[in-house]
Design a protein around this ligand. Structure first.
Ligand SMILES: *Cc1c(COP(=O)(O)O)cnc(C)c1O
Length: 352
């Protein structure tokens, strides 16, 4: 298979390649053995993330999945229960890791169209102390909400849940894989949200363009334990400074340019809305993710549309079951590519 260039690839923001500035920084990064705590570039990245997210300490981990798993293992014991949204990434897309490896049971609750669990539902899901029952220990939240058009959830929601959780001695972890997209869309500081939770994970390897890695942040004591769990899971890395160098640019620079991706996503949504046979409400597109449906009457399947885009135009989008498709914008996608995708989809659908 030939290489897919990210400028043609709307399947996800995970397809991004490192920017030329990142490649240069990676080649010249100062290195050391990070398991000994001696990689200066990793140490700088961890301190930077902790500072940006308003926590005492940070830990560089291999992926968002690993960050969330380490957070759950660190906050909860076997037999504890985690409350989470039924469409949360931690529940649906992480191979059941918290149950498989942590012995942590899950309590999935319904979410609204923007990925929020109602506060009173969380309240009634917190169990009383009774030996028959699992022990409520952890609430897992997500922002932006990937399963809900990338909705950017407001700080107030986290404040309310933080207060409720802490009254009942529960911990709160935020899966902030795309937290910087959320704060960009909301026009708030990351700490306006993260102040209300105990730990946060953020992905460097999505819209922020680093090739690999996520950051987990929390208190000194939490990160001390998390470091043990990262080792347990095989995630201790050695001269990881080459990767961390890209991560520093991701956090400092790339986190500041996401409004362009959101503008491109909005333009894409508005363009798609003009095509007969496409169902989409551009108002639900708050960040960089554009989900849309093929209308019932259209005689082309999502698979056939994906294939035609690939073979005839060299463009890639994602399929999400039934009649649902997804296009995600990112650093490598500029307005002309957005126009090209809209035109290509219009042309293919007119034939059907
Ligand atoms: C991508 C993603 C993750 C997992 O990150 P990986 O680095 O792919 O393991 C977790 N949560 C959300 C919301 C994500 O979008």
């Amino acid at each position: 298979m030939s290489t897919i260039h990210p400028a043609t690839d709307f399947r996800s923001d995970t397809v991004t390649w490192p920017t030329p500035t990142m490649v240069e920084a990676m080649a010249t990064a100062e290195l050391g053995d990070d398991v000994y705590g001696e990689d200066p570039t990793v140490n700088e990245l961890e301190a930077l993330a902790a500072n940006l997210l308003g926590k005492e300490a940070g830990l560089f981990v291999t992926s968002g999945t690993q960050g969330n798993l380490i957070a759950a293992l660190t906050h909860a014991q076997r037999g504890d229960e985690a409350i989470l949204g039924e469409d949360a990434h931690t529940f649906c897309w992480e191979a059941g890791g918290i149950a498989v490896l942590g012995g942590i049971t899950t309590r999935p609750l319904p979410t609204d169209s923007r990925g929020r669990i109602a506060i009173d539902q969380i309240k009634s899901a917190i169990r009383v102390d009774n030996p028959h029952l699992p022990h409520s220990q952890l609430i897992l939240l997500e922002n932006s909400s990937g399963g809900n058009n990338g909705a950017a959830i407001e700080p107030d929601y986290f404040a309310a849940i933080g207060t409720l959780a802490h009254e009942h001695h529960l911990k709160v972890h935020l899966d902030g894989a795309r937290l910087f997209n959320a704060v960009t869309a909301l026009g708030v500081e990351p700490t306006d949200i993260t102040a209300h939770v105990d730990s946060v994970s953020v992905c460097l390897s999505k819209g922020l363009c680093a090739p690999v890695g996520s950051l987990l942040v929390g208190s000194e004591a939490f990160i001390h334990q998390a470091r043990r769990h990262r080792k347990l899971l095989g995630g201790g890395m050695r001269q990881a400074g080459g990767l961390a160098a890209a991560g520093i640019i991701a956090l400092k620079t790339m986190s500041q340019r996401l409004q362009s991706d959101h503008d491109n996503a909005q333009a894409l949504a508005q363009g798609l809305a003009t095509i007969p046979g496409i169902e989409i409400d551009p108002a639900v597109v708050e960040t960089n993710m554009v989900f849309f449906d093929l209308a019932e009457g259209i005689a082309i399947s999502p698979e056939a549309l994906i294939k035609a885009l690939k073979l005839e135009y060299g463009l890639y989008i994602g399929g999400y079951g039934d009649r649902r498709l997804r296009a995600v914008t990112h650093y490598w996608i500029k307005p002309p590519q957005v126009e090209r995708l809209i035109a290509a989809i219009g042309t293919i659908l007119r034939r059907h």
